[in-house]
Design a protein around this ligand. Structure first.
Ligand code: CA
Length: 503
């Protein structure tokens, strides 16, 4: 009898799995930039209004323990696309604007896996994972890049808004590149004939000495040196419009086939330059205004899905690439207002930190009929889990070498019972390969020393917190719990040495 029930359950599981594989929902992954745990309404923000992002939460599931895997851009994006912790590969910290491709062509990635399942795959937005073989030549065919890593189409910002080159790339070419005005990019030294930029546009002053201004484009100082390509310069206040238009176009042109859209917004990374129609719409300065701009982008995506009647068959995810920071690097005249909005709510730390505020981020998933509406999940997960999760979603088996740190968290999205939680531990990093933090159950062990969290002079050692009783990480329990410290530090070392964490 028991045997029969087991067989029946196995058969049902098979039907469910094949049924799911056959359904192949469209997948839209909106990765916002530097949006903290407390920066959107459905996570408690009160000084900004995010009705469109909140709508996804109302119609889907909100995760309270989702992590960006790293607390800065490049390593998070690396882990998201490859299912591998970035700290396993040297040189995956915040990339220069002319860095070579950090991911080797041939690597199994989220888009290459989905392409194999018949998806049309598109990237719109910020790349920041390097381009080219040694360094990037922006005047010719720019590759390898997104197209060599599984995307059929790409419209992107090579690195970030605050660094050169300040141009869009479409597939292999700079948009409006001009052979008569070749682009030169350097992160080593001055080129000598920096452009003055076209219309000076917004004048942002840089504050502090730690931020170097090498090149001024559109009146805004940038990191790195650039000359040429004047006609190709983006207009900062129009970046959100450009990206949103391209994203909606991609959805429209693939409405009849399963598609995967990776929409990596520029908002709300610095320099925060809201389009004039969003300026002054929040009461916390331009930082709040660009959150409104981001919410508008999300609204345009939702509207396109409604208009094309695709909402029911689309898995839509909204999240962020690292925790928030109060941005006062650029002086936009509204800086004193920025701190009204607590970027990470009550969490300790900011972008670049190993504390929760550095990497615990909003994450919301909607898939009508599959993910319950208005639900909340406390399941621990990281963006590094995307690869194994979309493999399960599309009925594919990950090759053993692919996504060595990626766990299938689909059961958490679909509220399916599993014998054990899909994931019980997670390694977190900042910009560097060390120190790292290990989350295990309610405990988090943070290695001290180095990194951007201002602990450079700290003696090597560990901090230990119990997040069940101390989410704000005010009570370091390391001294009281030497055995726990020993156990977790040994586990962290083992995860590092064995080169993978997925069983
Ligand atoms: Ca970021």
């Amino acid at each position: 009898m028991i045997k029969r029930i087991v067989l029946l359950l196995l058969a049902l599981t098979f039907v469910v799995q094949t049924g799911r594989a056959a359904s192949k929902p469209n997948i839209i992954y909106i990765l916002s930039d530097d949006v903290g745990y407390g920066d959107v309404g459905c996570y408690g923000a009160t000084h900004v209004k995010t009705p469109h992002i909140d709508r996804i939460a109302r119609e889907g599931m909100r995760f309270t323990d989702a992590h960006a895997t790293a607390s800065v851009c490049t390593p998070t994006r690396y882990a998201f696309l490859t299912g591998r912790y970035a700290w396993r590969q040297p040189g995956t910290g915040i990339a220069a604007g002319n860095a070579p491709s950090l991911i080797q062509p041939g690597t199994v990635t989220v888009p290459s896996l989905l392409k194999q399942a018949g998806y049309a795959t598109g990237l719109v937005g910020k790349w920041h994972l390097g381009l080219g073989l040694e360094k990037t030549d922006f005047n010719g065919e720019i590759k390898p890049g997104p197209l060599e890593l599984g995307f059929d189409y790409a419209f992107f910002i090579p690195a970030t808004g605050d660094r050169v080159p300040c141009v869009f790339v479409e597939n292999h070419r700079v948009v409006r590149g001009d052979p008569a005005d070749p682009i030169r990019v350097s992160y080593q030294g001055k080129i000598g004939d920096e452009p003055t930029g076209r219309d000076p546009g917004v004048k942002l002053k840089i504050r502090g000495d730690d931020h170097h201004s090498d090149t001024v484009i559109n009146g805004i100082p940038r990191i790195g040196f650039m000359s040429g390509g004047t006609a190709a310069h983006w207009v900062d206040e129009d970046i959100a419009d450009r990206l949103t238009t391209q994203a909606v176009k991609f959805i429209e042109s693939h409405k009849d086939a399963p598609f995967f859209l990776y929409l990596a917004t520029h908002d709300i990374h610095e320099p925060m330059v809201p389009n004039p129609r969003f300026r002054g719409t929040s009461d916390c300065g331009w930082r709040g205004d660009v959150i409104h701009q981001l919410d508008w982008t999300v609204g345009e995506i939702l509207a396109a899905l409604d208009r094309l009647k695709l909402a029911g068959n689309t898995l839509l995810i909204f999240t962020s690439d690292n925790g928030g920071a109060i941005k006062d690097t650029y002086d936009d005249g509204t800086n004193p207002l920025h701190s009204r909005q607590a970027p990470n709510g009550k969490l300790r730390g900011f972008k670049g930190s190993l504390y929760e505020g550095g990497h615990r981020v909003p994450m919301i998933a909607r898939w009508p009929g599959h993910i319950p509406a208005g639900a909340t999940s406390t399941q621990l997960m990281g963006h590094v889990d995307t690869l194994a999760t979309v493999a399960a979603l599309t009925g594919q088996k990950l090759p053993a070498a692919a996504g060595p740190d990626s766990f299938n968290v689909l059961p958490a999205l679909l509220v399916e019972k599993t014998p054990a939680p899909p994931r019980d531990h997670l390694v977190l990093q900042n910009n560097n390969q060390a120190p790292l933090a290990l989350r295990q159950g309610d405990w988090v062990l943070i290695a001290k020393g180095g990194g951007r969290q201002g602990a450079a002079k700290a003696k090597p050692g560990f901090e230990l917190y119990n997040l069940a009783t101390d989410l704000t990480q005010t009570n370091d329990l390391a001294a009281q719990n030497p055995d726990k410290v020993k156990e977790l530090s040994a586990q962290l070392e083992k995860l590092r040495e064995q080169g993978r964490s997925r069983p």
